[in-house]
Ligand binder design. Structure first.
Ligand SMILES: [Zn+2]
Length: 342
């Protein structure tokens, strides 16, 4: 038998060694909602394998856990939920998974909305709001500035689970944040503001003084993206079936003047419908946003008595092919509301 030359032998050994140490194993992730799957894929790149439990067309408050979901959860390294009592059904899946890694308190369990400023926190006065938002309004992700915090939380946890890849996750996170800032404020403004533009503009927007700051810096003409588009909606009055769009409306300067539900989770009683009809007539409200998973019965009734248009809206990524990315979801909402409100 001919012996392998020493050099070839050395390279074979090196190859075997490298393929063992730089483990190609992906982090297996299970998320409750599809927007969380999408963001995890953005920051995790090729190093994650992500599945979402809910159907994006479904009401995220009410998903029925199945044996298949428990089985999926048995075999993952990380479980990500929205939290704030929205996907409370996740608890049943985690409990039934038999997977110690993903139990709350362990690194394999993440509540993605940590550090996101929550609106409508219950107080003594507002407790009458009902039961399905007991920790405040959980629909935080339709504000693009919140999605960046969520992406940071996810990237941070992936790095904790696989520190050797933390540089990779950081790069992907930065890329996602930049793309979000670009979609939000426009490339030209980001370039004009320079370093840390995304952070600076986000802070100004959160403080409510973005417009005056841009004016003082003579940068108004540079504003682009969603914020520019939303200028046309400034002060527009809309209603929604459920309190799904509070964060979206606040960010984009839309006035949400009420809900068809009397309380979150409680379908509108006839008396409330008639009160809404009067309000719509009085305040000239043009649009009613009705999430795709709620019946349009009440909205159709109200529309038949007023000039308001009913807009069927999606809230999760992938609920329809036209919203199969987060960016498309926000663009879709803005565009549809602009058309309906004009
Ligand atoms: Zn809700």
């Amino acid at each position: 038998m001919k012996l392998l030359p020493m050099k070839t032998f050395f390279w074979i050994l090196t190859f075997i060694f490298l393929s063992t140490v730089s483990s190609p194993a992906k982090i297996k992730v299970l998320t409750t909602l599809n927007y969380l799957r999408y963001i995890t894929e953005q920051v995790g790149g090729d190093m994650v394998e992500v599945t979402a439990l809910a159907n994006p067309k479904q009401d995220p408050h009410y998903v029925t856990p199945t044996p298949r979901m428990n089985q999926l959860a048995n075999n993952v390294d990380l479980f990500i939920e929205n939290g704030l009592n929205l996907d409370i059904w996740a608890k049943n899946v985690i409990d039934a998974s038999g997977n110690p890694k993903i139990q709350p308190g362990n690194p394999g369990h993440l509540v993605a909305t940590i550090n996101v400023p929550v609106k409508e926190l219950p107080t003594e006065v507002s407790r009458a709001w009902g039961d399905i938002h007991p920790q405040g309004n959980p629909h935080v992700w339709v504000d693009p500035l919140n999605i960046k915090i969520i992406a940071e939380n996810i990237a941070g946890r992936l790095s904790k689970l696989d520190p050797a890849k933390s540089e990779y996750f950081k790069e992907h996170l930065d890329g996602f944040k930049y793309r979000t800032d670009e979609a939000m404020f426009g490339e030209e403004l980001l370039k004009a503001v320079g370093k840390k533009a995304g952070d600076i503009l986000a802070r100004k927007s959160k403080n409510g003084d973005l417009a005056s700051w841009l004016k003082s810096k003579k940068l108004e003409s540079k504003l682009g993206g969603w914020m520019k588009k939303a200028e046309r909606l400034n002060g527009a009055k809309i209603m929604s079936y459920h309190k799904t769009y509070v964060y979206f409306a606040d960010r984009f300067g839309i006035q949400l003047v009420g809900e068809l539900e009397e309380k979150p989770g409680i379908p509108p009683p006839p008396k409330h419908r008639d009160d809404v009809v009067e309000q719509i007539k009085r305040e000239t409200i043009r649009v009613i946003l009705n999430d795709n998973f709620y019946s349009t019965e009440a909205a159709d009734y109200i529309a038949s008595k007023t000039s308001a248009k009913v807009l069927i809206t999606y809230i999760d990524v992938g609920a329809s092919p036209e919203v199969d990315t987060y960016e498309k979801l926000i663009s879709y909402l803005l565009e549809k509301i602009l058309v309906a409100a004009s």
